[in-house]
Ligand binder design. Structure first.
Ligand code: FMN
Length: 322
């Protein structure tokens, strides 16, 4: 039986269809003529065999490094972690020397190895196959390593991060009568808000500051020269509760703020030199509490959390960055 022949598809449509397959991101390296270091970003990597241990990847025939890989005896595949997006972009770009400033080690036959990747496979070329406009390289693994990092993901032409799906274990009702569930979004957001906020308040109190004083100083630290009603309005927005104007007076009395007349007749509140120092100390306190609050979240999870919180804060806002 003759199989139906697909009319040549539009390359962009086909590329989009391929892009619907989420992959990791790798950098494949080898040695070129006269021992030069060669490397490029590739997501065509696949594991092939456990025994013997083998992997494959494919290289576009248009690659400037086609001959180096075709003639090379070894290559190394580096699986990138979520914080290595810049490295991926660098090794996909046309800059003259992709290795400049990158600390490398040496593998079999002197091939360059990149440190701090999620996993690394140093391979001896076992087979090469023609694959249309690509060449497929199969390598036998000579050496490998891996670490418990989070992977960089590529999907639909964009970088992403992996968000493991949660099981239903946490969805047990907290209280049968109220039918509240521990994975209720509002319940989680408000719990997280109070827990993280309390951590900062405890630290501030430990240093002799009240949360109202902190609120006023950080508002003025961000926007020096607001008038008192503006400070009150900002405090209501960030705390859900307006601060009393007496706090502003108290901070003026302590020499941390001062009032300056303005053209519109409304006095503006500004930081004094001492006030600036106090704001810097408060920032240091907040930063150290922030590190505690982040607990065991890794940098990519913190980035994801910020991204999601920004979307919650501005639901109508289409957030396009990763
Ligand atoms: C995420 C990502 C994955 C890529 N995967 C491949 C791939 O599997 N094979 C390939 O030949 N090019 C791939 N590329 C494109 C090359 O990295 C890019 O064309 C590079 O400039 C080629 O460099 P060269 O001509 O020096 O080999 C990928 C690019 C990106 C950003």
């Amino acid at each position: 039986m003759n199989s139906p022949v697909l009319t040549p598809p539009d390359p962009r449509t086909l590329r989009n269809a391929f892009g619907s397959f989420a992959t990791g991101v790798t950098i494949v390296t080898t040695s070129g003529p006269a021992g030069s270091d060669i490397g490029l970003t590739a997501n065509s990597f696949s594991s092939v065999s456990l025994d013997p241990p083998m992997v494959l990847w494919s290289l576009a025939r248009t690659s400037a490094n086609l001959d180096a890989f075709r003639n090379g005896t070894h290559f190394a595949v580096h699986i990138l972690s979520a914080d290595q997006e810049a490295l991926s972009s660098r090794f996909a770009s046309k800059i003259a020397d992709r290795f400049e400033g990158v600390a490398i080690e040496r593998g079999p036959a002197g091939i360059p190895l990149l440190p701090d990747c999620m996993a690394r496979f140093a391979c001896k070329v076992a087979y090469q196959y023609e694959g249309g406009d690509h060449v497929i390289f199969v390598g036998e693994i000579l050496d490998f390593s891996h670490s418990a990092r989070k992977p960089l993901v590529f999907h639909g032409g964009r970088y992403g991060m992996l968000l493991p799906k949660q099981g239903n274990a946490s969805a047990q009702p907290v209280d049968e009568l109220s039918n509240l569930s521990a994975d209720d979004l509002l319940y989680q957001v408000s719990n997280a808000y109070f827990r993280t906020r309390q951590a900062v308040i405890n630290e501030l109190e430990h240093h002799g500051w009240t949360s109202e004083e902190y609120a006023v100083l950080s508002i003025i630290g961000r926007e020096d020269g607001l008038c008192v009603p503006e400070i009150v309005a900002r405090s209501e927005k960030v705390r859900g509760q307006a601060i009393s104007t007496a706090i502003v007076q108290k901070l003026i009395g302590l020499g941390l703020l001062h009032k300056v007349d303005s053209a519109d007749g409304e006095a503006r509140v500004r930081l004094t030199t001492e006030g600036r120092l106090a704001v810097m100390k408060l920032i240091a306190i907040r930063k150290s509490s922030e590190a505690d609050v982040q607990g065991n979240l890794d940098p990519s999870e913190v980035q994801l959390l910020k991204h999601l919180l920004a979307r919650l804060e501005h639901p109508a806002h289409a957030v396009t960055s990763n």
